[in-house]
Design a binder for this molecule. Structure first.
Ligand code: PGA
Length: 250
């Protein structure tokens, strides 16, 4: 039985005060969800400490949206995995397409970030997914395969056992255009096959989340698919009611 996870990627939204309010609402809403689903919220760095205070011990876990590739030192503006973990944060989103696209993150950088995450006991939520032109050219399978091979294949079995994958087709992120549940299932199953070829049956336990315009109206259909183990939610995670409703969709 794989873990069911709904993670909210707040991106660069909310002030710290608004973020704490949102986190409180998620905690309150999550209490009434009698489904075996893990809720994770991923606020901006500036809110992590305060959000931890209202989520600790509640069952709602906290993730960072990124971490530095280096451990410490003269890297102005960076936030290390150790700093994040010291707050009690448990997860870190790595390789989000916005980081790849706007901040030039490559597999080389991501390998270093993964190493930092694991060294500090943060569970990576590793994001993969193709762009529109890659999907249209029928290259989506090879794109996600490369994103897995270049980073995930460098993990040993112990690290792999903790990993969460988020498949997020770039053309579906923030566009209101969701992958169909069949498209999601097709590629999630493929991702699992790629992982199985390398890691064997351990890949049966890897949560593979879908991301990209997931909302309360389409979540149930997406989550009904065998290899869709939950969602990485952007826009809809900024409203606690919608986020919780997505969590109820299993
Ligand atoms: P979206 O974002 O739900 O707003 O499409 C998903 C994500 O980027 O994680």
């Amino acid at each position: 039985m794989r873990k069911k996870i709904v993670a909210g990627n707040w991106k660069m939204n909310t002030t710290p005060v608004e973020g704490v309010e949102l986190a409180k609402e998620v905690v309150a809403g999550g209490r009434n969800v009698d489904k075996p689903v893990d809720f994770i919220v991923a606020p901006p760095f500036t809110h992590l400490s305060e959000v931890m205070k209202v989520t600790r011990g509640t069952g709602v876990a906290v993730s960072a949206q990124n971490c530095a590739a280096e451990a410490k030192g003269a890297y102005t503006g960076e936030v290390s995995a150790a700093m994040i973990a010291s707050l009690g944060v448990e997860y870190v989103i790595l390789g989000h397409s916005e980081r790849r696209e706007y901040y030039g993150e490559t597999s080389q950088t991501l390998n270093k970030k993964m190493e930092q995450a694991y060294a500090n006991n943060l569970v990576p939520i590793y994001c993969i997914g193709e762009k529109l032109e890659e999907r249209e050219a029928g290259k989506h399978f090879e794109v996600v395969k490369a994103q897995i091979e270049e980073v995930v294949f460098n993990l040993d079995a112990e690290k792999f056992a903790k990993l969460i994958i988020a498949y997020e087709p770039v053309w579906a992120i923030g566009t209101g255009k969701t992958a169909t549940s069949d498209q999601a299932q097709e590629i999630h199953a493929y991702i699992r096959t790629v992982l199985k070829d390398k890691f064997g049956d351990a890949a049966d336990s890897t949560p593979i989340l879908y991301g990209g315009s997931c909302n309360p109206s389409n979540a149930a259909e997406l989550f009904s698919k065998e290899d869709v183990d939950g969602g990485l939610i952007g826009g809809a995670s900024l409203k606690a009611g919608d986020f919780i409703a997505i969590g109820r969709s299993f």
